[in-house]
Design a protein around this ligand. Structure first.
Ligand code: SF4
Length: 238
């Protein structure tokens, strides 16, 4: 009888031991998958943090900003444009040229400064010792005002945040404001361009040089001398 009892006890002990080992094994497996899950979550959080802190490239940030506004209808110009003209050039540029608004050629091609005034701007950039691909070029308004009329104050105020974001991303050393609208908008002033040009101003901590718009130079070639003086001051700074 005692022998039978001791055999039962040994069998019970063995079964208990096997159960314990099984339970331990389940715990180890669960722990491993838990740590894999934690690792994945940590990686996802790191990626989000990286995006938030702006450690993705300026090129990527500009692409995202462009995509975000690609179907913008915040002002009436969204209905009449053919193409939205975001901007072009080097996302790491030291100099950003900011014009007024796209014209017919720009609206057609979706690129800034590609008409006659654009050719003159390209010549100015070359005279400074750069190529268009070295600098960044954009406008205050991203859509063409019909018939090339002047931008309206409400259109400027709707569109300005997009430009602000662009400039924040690029963070250039110098902004060259081309023409009255660009200079007055960026400097938040009503002072005429003739009085603003010829000296540096500050736009959110960035040096800003106002000068005449290339389209104005096409109508008033004698003003090229003053523009040349302005860009020479820029060249001394970069
Ligand atoms: S001009 Fe600017 S605010 Fe107006 S529709 Fe175009 S992108 Fe939007």
């Amino acid at each position: 009888m005692d022998e039978i009892n001791s055999e039962v006890t040994v069998n019970e002990l063995r079964a208990e031991l096997i159960d314990t080992v099984k339970a331990l094994r389940v715990q180890v497996v669960n722990q491993n998958s838990l740590s894999v899950g934690i690792d994945l979550r940590r990686k996802q959080q790191q990626t989000i943090k990286k995006e938030k802190t702006g450690s993705i490239s300026k090129e990527e940030q500009l692409k995202i900003a462009c995509q975000e506004m690609s179907s913008c209808q915040l002002c009436p110009l969204g209905k009449t444009r053919k193409n939205l003209v975001f901007g072009t050039g080097n996302p790491e540029a030291k100099i950003v040229f900011v014009g007024e608004a796209p014209g017919a050629d720009e609206d057609e091609q979706g690129l800034p400064f590609v008409g006659r005034a654009g050719q003159l701007l390209t010549d100015i950039i070359k005279a400074m010792g750069y190529q268009r691909k070295d600098v960044y070029i954009c406008n205050i308004l991203k859509c063409r005002p019909p018939g090339n009329r002047n931008p309206q104050p409400d259109e400027i105020s709707m569109c300005e945040p997009f430009l602000k974001k662009q400039l924040q991303i690029i963070s250039p050393e110098i902004i060259c404001a081309l023409g009255s609208f660009a200079a007055k908008t960026l400097l938040n002033t009503e002072i005429p361009i003739s009085a603003l040009r010829g000296r540096f101003h500050s736009y959110e901590g960035i040096k800003l040089m106002p000068t005449y718009h290339p389209a104005y130079l096409l109508r008033n070639p004698s003003a090229k001398k003053q523009v040349w003086e302005d860009v020479q001051m820029i060249m001394k700074e970069v």
